[in-house]
Design a protein around this ligand. Sequence first.
Ligand SMILES: [Zn+2]
Length: 100
Amino acid sequence: MTGGLSEGLKPPRDDIRGGASMSCKHVEHELDAYLDLELDAAASKAVRDHLGECAACRRQAAEREALGRLVRAAPHYQVPARLREKVLALVKRSGSVSAV
Ligand SMILES: [Zn+2]
């Protein structure tokens, strides 16, 4: 017998805690989970803090949130590229993130 070691199950993230500020790359990585409220309090706060001081990531978040809302509103509906661009344009035009 060789034991039952499986390499398939790794923890989703190991050491994001403890860092004062996240990197943009990291925030981008966590953004979907953040918007879906899947992060725990600490991780969620870290993302929020970063969004508070990073306009680029804030825009990313706004774009994804807008898209996410569309997708959620029509779960069986593939968002066409044209509509996607329209949404992104809207988000860009509005400039700042407004939490609705
Ligand atoms: Zn950033």
